[in-house]
Design a protein around this ligand. Structure first.
Ligand code: NAD
Length: 479
């Protein structure tokens, strides 16, 4: 455990680097793992290139590739407890949340298993009696897959399952903070029968271990989930070798609440939307955009309930939300709140590190609500990625849409109203990749996930999630 996986073998990093992984809930040492450098990643890329070019996976019939993914789904369920435990130790999130993630990951593998197995391309009408035309789907090639720490295995599954289903080979680099479930996934892929060299894993810091994935000419595609700044760097790096790029970046997601919305439904959802996993969710509903006439009722209730949310580690059954991922991340969130207050926001709750000695060794930050915010505040338009809800008000539907869309991002948004026509209109006008009506957060693997604007491009899940890892080839036959 804790090594790189290259060419079907577990191996230490060539230069012998090691990294300590500590649980952000209490600072306890989880494990020491190998720390790759570019040398290891370049070797893994060479292996993935050779494995792609000799066709050991890319030329396997689609039905067999799909069947392998379905076997992985079974293994994920068999090993759900150890996977959830590993995810919880790396992230500090509650075990029950990790268990839900493992079910979602299983469903993701099932979806892509069934989709890949039946993906045969299509015949096209040529309009000519002596010509036949067919469009077939072929794998893109060698993929660099780079994933973040907030939903470590979920984000990994959204890339690995379609890449394998499409017939690609890959080098995976999970976040250096949360490597353990990616390690277990490699074990399960091998157990399910994925040939050596098809899937490779490097562990380590971003630019050092991950750098070659966007620069090496032997990589055909880089698929990245993470922050906007890193996404920009990778896209620029990839330009020199004209790699295909897919980016799933951040979000600054609006939660639009009309005065006629069912109060309990709206408040319940608004709380989960921002405080689940301490706001470390790309689709977190970080901006409450509430109709002015409902402001006091909604915000007073939110503040009262946010103050009662119990912070704690995964071993405490009373815990409702966990720590932030690192000391550096907590500093960043804290700085956003301080700047927001300096810019005129009204602090309604939270805003100070907890003093409870029980939480002293973890990176905790309380649910925080900043009221009377405006669009020009950095805490409103930049992603703090923490448990910080900003509140703005609107006067009518046009105003609500204008505020909701006034972001460089465009990942997700929600609208709450008793008037379904209003909801449909707002949903139609939001420039975001996912819109929830009178709900927040659910998704299904059959529906595409991805962003507008600076939230990135390319889609994960759905049919497009498989197509991302495929080239369409047109074969014309003169009969
Ligand atoms: P990050 O950009 O710091 O890191 C993401 C990954 O990129 C990590 O594995 C990191 O090691 C790697 N990396 C960093 N620099 C690199 C480089 N030069 N070359 C190669 N790899 C490099 O992001 P993070 O802090 O891990 O994750 C949080 C961000 O992820 C947030 O902005 C969040 O919104 C976003 N996110 C988006 C989605 C989505 O679906 N759109 C989902 C989850 C998280």
């Amino acid at each position: 455990m804790g090594q790189l996986y290259i060419d079907g073998a577990w191996t230490d990093a060539a230069e012998g680097g090691r990294r300590e992984i500590r649980c952000p809930a209490d600072g306890r040492l989880v494990a020491e793992v190998s720390e790759a450098t570019a040398v290891d990643t370049e070797r893994a890329i060479g292996v993935a290139r050779a494995a792609f070019d000799d066709g050991r996976w890319s030329r396997v019939p689609a039905a067999e590739r799909g069947a392998l993914l379905l076997r992985v789904a079974e293994l994920l369920q068999r090993d759900k407890a150890r996977l959830a435990e590993a995810e919880t130790r790396d992230t500090g999130k509650r075990l029950v949340e990790s268990e839900i993630d493992m079910d979602d990951i299983t469903n993701c593998f099932r979806w892509f298993g069934n989709l890949a197995a039946t993906d045969d391309g299509r015949l096209v009408d040529t309009g000519m009696p002596d010509a036949r035309s067919k469009v077939v789907h072929e794998p893109v090639g060698v993929c660099g897959l780079i994933t973040p720490w907030n939903y470590p295995l979920l984000q990994t599954a959204w890339k690995v399952a379609p890449a394998v289903g499409a017939g690609c080979t890959f080098v995976l680099k999970p976040s250096e903070l949360t490597p353990h479930t990616a390690i277990i996934l490699m074990e399960l892929l091998a157990e399910a029968g994925l040939p050596a060299g098809v899937g490779n894993l490097v562990l380590g810091a971003g630019a050092t271990a991950g750098g070659p994935l966007s620069t090496d000419p032997r990589v055909d595609m880089v698929s990245f989930t993470g922050g906007l700044a890193t996404g920009r760097t990778l896209m620029a790096n990839a330009a020199a070798t004209v790699k295909k790029v897919a980016l799933e970046l951040g979000g600054k997601n609006p939660f639009v609440c009309f005065a006629d919305a069912d109060h309990e439904t709206a408040v319940d959802n608004a709380l989960t939307a921002i405080f689940l996993h301490s706001g470390q969710v790309c689709s977190a509903g970080a901006r409450l955009v509430v109709e002015e006439s409902a402001h006091d009722r909604v915000v007073d209730d939110l503040v009262a309930r946010a103050q009662r949310i119990v912070l704690g580690g995964p071993d405490d059954p009373a815990t409702e939300t966990g720590p932030l991922i690192s000391a550096a991340h907590r500093d960043k969130v804290e700085a956003y709140v301080a700047r927001g207050i300096a810019e005129g926001a009204v602090l309604r709750c939270g805003g100070e590190r907890p003093t409870d000695p029980r939480l002293a060794d973890g990176f905790y930050y309380p649910p925080t609500i900043l009221d009377r915010c405006t669009q020009d505040m950095s805490v409103v338009h930049e992603e703090s990625f923490g448990p910080v809800l900003t509140v703005e008000t609107f006067t009518d539907l046009d105003d609500a849409v204008r505020i909701a869309n006034d972001t460089e991002y465009g990942l997700a948004g929600a609208v709450f109203s008793a008037d379904h026509g209003v909801c449909e209109e707002v949903a139609g006008r939001l420039r975001h990749g996912t819109v929830w009506i009178n709900d927040f957060g659910p998704y299904v693997p059959a529906a595409e996930w991805g962003g507008f604007g600076h939230s990135g491009f390319g889609r994960e899940l759905g049919r497009a999630g498989l197509a991302e890892y495929q080239e369409a080839k047109h074969i014309w036959t003169n009969t």
